[in-house]
Design a protein around this ligand. Structure first.
Ligand code: ISE
Length: 335
């Protein structure tokens, strides 16, 4: 049986997912789309085939033909639409963040627990990247011993004017927050932010780069260099340091060219390029999980814990000090 999907939000990520669902993903069909920009929604409805266009996300969620929903609208609308899906019992893949505030995430956790079944998956695609999966396998096989530190770098070529300093944590480093929690199987409980000399290539309002330091429940120290105007391309790195060895995220595959006394390898342009295969695997896994009645991807708890850390980062930055993350006890439902 083909899973009939509605996509809320047809901008960059939504458009990317609609193309993916229409060309790559098996057993899925986009039957409805919605966006505040109805012209863009109509264009993407064409890409999907004969999808219905709704002007409102709630209308799409309540469309009787829609069996599952993918949310790719702006972050501040995520909790509202996710709650709408839970209310009508429809499974939902919500792009990150689950919500911009921990308080809103908690409302999602409560609603999902009241529904009594897992309906929510959060779009942390890095967990589906082969490199990160191999890294986790090396760690879990005990090849580098007990982890003590993690070094991460997250660089974007550039960001638009609308990108703010707080988004460093809430929009970008959320990926490192989620993926290191997942790699280590530990929560992040303390955050500190440092602000190096600003690049002249950033917008005047933006602190770029930023340097994050996290401490986990078991005392692992995680550092993240975030540099969102690095100019040269999209570059994500991760090195796990264990008691007996280290393990590093492999570089994305690309042809090595040696000529004119130089050796070069292509650098991806952005995350859609770098993580294209991870997104394919993520969406296929979600479709398969919904069809078999067992969603196993990043949960609403992961969405909550990640947002709680990101919120703490913003406070740590504003107050200029190390801050503890306030997390509720993990409900049995999410263990
Ligand atoms: C963007 O929203 C993403 O999710 C990308 O993965 C990240 O690299 C970028 O910094 C964010 O703005």
């Amino acid at each position: 049986m083909t899973l009939k999907i509605g996509v809320v939000g047809t901008g960059n990520m939504g458009a990317d997912h609609i193309r993916r669902l229409s060309t790559i993903i098996a057993n899925a069909q986009v039957v409805a789309v919605s966006d505040v920009d109805t012209e863009q929604a109509k264009r993407m409805a064409e890409v999907a085939g004969r999808a219905r266009v709704h002007s409102d996300g709630h209308e799409l969620i309540n469309d009787p033909e829609v069996q599952a929903v993918l949310i790719a609208s702006p972050g501040f609308t995520h909790a509202e639409y996710t709650l709408g899906c839970i209310e009508v019992g429809k499974p939902v893949l919500c792009e990150k963040p689950l919500a911009p505030t921990a308080e809103e995430c908690l409302r999602v956790l409560e609603a999902e627990q009241a529904a009594g079944t897992r309906l929510v998956q959060v779009g942390f695609m890095r967990r589906y990247d082969k490199g990160y999966r191999d890294l986790k396998q090396v760690l879990e096989a005990g090849e580098i011993g007990t982890p003590v530190q993690v070094h991460c770098r997250h660089r974007n070529a550039s960001v638009p004017e609308s990108y703010t300093t707080d988004m460093g944590a809430t929009d970008s480093v959320v990926h490192e927050i989620d993926v290191t929690r997942w790699l280590l199987g530990q929560e992040i409980v303390v955050a500190s932010i440092f602000t190096p000399r600003r690049t002249s290539r950033a917008h005047a309002h933006l602190q770029d780069p930023q340097f994050f330091l996290f401490e986990t429940t078991e005392g692992v120290l995680i550092d993240v260099e975030l540099f969102v105007n690095c100019q040269y391309g999209y570059d994500v790195r991760c090195e796990l340091v264990g008691e007996t060895g280290t393990a590093e995220l492999p570089e994305p595959a690309g042809v090595h060219v040696r000529r004119d006394l130089r050796h070069s390898v292509p650098v991806p342009a952005d995350w859609r390029d770098r993580f294209a295969t991870a997104y394919d695997t993520e969406v296929q896994d979600w479709v398969d999980g919904v069809r078999s009645g067992e969603i196993t991807g990043p949960s609403a708890w992961d969405g909550y814990a990640t947002t709680a850390v990101a919120e703490t980062c913003v406070r740590a930055l504003n107050e200029g000090r190390r801050m503890e993350v306030e997390l509720i006890a993990r409900p049995a439902f999410y263990r």
